[in-house]
Design a protein around this ligand. Structure first.
Ligand SMILES: [Zn+2]
Ligand SMILES: [Zn+2]
Length: 366
């Protein structure tokens, strides 16, 4: 299959660099500080989004879950049926809503959004519409297959293995509050991130890479729909399993509604990471040692390193993001050099103009 882009994002600068950046604790903390600083006012909006989410989620759960459970009781549905159908419907709904929202952003091309675009190359639909339409059809078909075939089969198989017993809580008397949701999400993030990192690296092993993960890497530059554009096996072992580890460990210490919130957060992070925009207000970037959209975009454009999802820690520990930081350093240096050149050019031009004006004045006086 053909890659959606032949050239990589930010490919104007080479990735090779002779001096790797330091990777001691001090430099990691320093890079963390500058990551927050770069967000500027975006940090305030990111905090407001996160706070609103944490306040609204328990209110929505308290208002929606009890009437839904009344319906479940009146219909005589079993726990596993609620888990199965609601999980699937929720997952598909999130994918459809988030992709439509992203599509609207790509379509309207507001300068407000476009200034956050990561790549300097045009969007694939601008660069080659014919090739893009083929890729879009393939993407919709594969994402739909994963959502409507791969995922239902996987969840059903999981339930069958567990004898249709679901450990999660479904009661209305112990609904989660903000703090429970926050700590549960943090735990699920840590579990997902480590599992995702290890499986993702395994999927990049050259012996098996061409059979599964190569499909996801057909997107050399990331856009929303690329998030779930994966070979079904890659989708199950590289996305579904890492996303389920936290809930499997917590079992009856986790409420099903918190699990739904987690699914929303996980899918949102994946879409944000593949959006092609580095939004300064992204609530995901508030997370300590978080990755970024540029971080995962680099993974697609250069197909090297940056294997983690939520946190950059495992990549740092295993030395898998050195090339990315070298690249960012080079981009920064190139930008600074360009700015300096521009300033020098403007200075010389101004000097030349004022000299000409002075000469003109002198000629007039003569
Ligand atoms: Zn990959
Ligand atoms: Zn990806």
């Amino acid at each position: 299959m053909q890659s959606i882009r032949k050239r990589s994002v930010g490919s104007t600068t080479s990735t090779t660099c002779s001096t790797p950046p330091p990777h001691d604790i001090y430099s990691v903390l320093l890079s963390e500080e500058s990551r927050y600083k770069r967000k500027g006012y975006g940090l305030i909006f990111a905090s407001l989004i996160w706070l609103s989410f944490m306040l609204i989620s328990p209110i929505a759960i308290q208002n929606l879950w009890p009437p839904f459970m009344d319906l479940v009781k009146s219909q005589g549905w079993e726990k596993w049926q609620v888990y199965y159908y609601v999980s699937l419907a929720w997952h598909s709904l999130m994918i459809i809503i988030t992709n439509l929202a992203m599509w609207a952003i790509y379509e309207i091309q507001l300068p407000f959004f476009e200034r956050y675009k990561i790549s300097t190359d045009p969007w694939p639909w601008v660069e080659n519409k014919g090739e893009w339409m083929k890729m879009l059809k393939k993407s919709i078909a594969l994402v739909s297959f994963n959502n409507f075939v791969s995922l239902p089969i996987t969840i059903y198989a999981f339930l069958w293995l567990k004898n249709f017993q679901v450990d999660l809580q479904f009661g209305v008397e112990n609904l989660p509050g903000s703090m429970t949701i926050m700590f549960t999400l943090a735990f699920c993030m840590i579990c997902e991130d480590l599992t995702f990192h290890l499986i993702h690296r395994f999927l990049h092993w050259r012996v098996i890479y061409p059979y599964f993960h190569k499909v996801h890497h057909q997107y050399r530059t990331t856009i929303g729909i690329a998030a779930e554009y994966s070979h079904p096996i890659d989708f199950i072992i590289g996305s579904v399993i890492p996303g389920s580890v936290g809930a499997m460990i917590l079992g009856d210490n986790m409420h099903f509604t918190t699990y739904l919130v987690w699914v929303m957060v996980r899918l949102g992070e994946s879409l944000d990471g593949h959006s092609g925009y580095e939004f300064s207000w992204s609530p995901y970037r508030l997370i300590p040692f978080s990755t970024s959209a540029s971080y995962h975009n680099f993974h697609h454009s250069h197909n090297i390193g940056n294997y983690s999802s939520f946190f950059s820690l495992w990549d740092t520990i295993f030395g898998q993001n050195k090339v990315f930081y070298q690249f960012m350093e080079k981009v920064k240096e190139a930008k600074e050099a360009h700015q300096k050149q521009q300033e020098e050019f403007n200075k010389k031009l101004n000097e030349k103009l004022s000299l000409e004006q002075r000469n003109e004045k002198l000629l007039k006086q003569d």
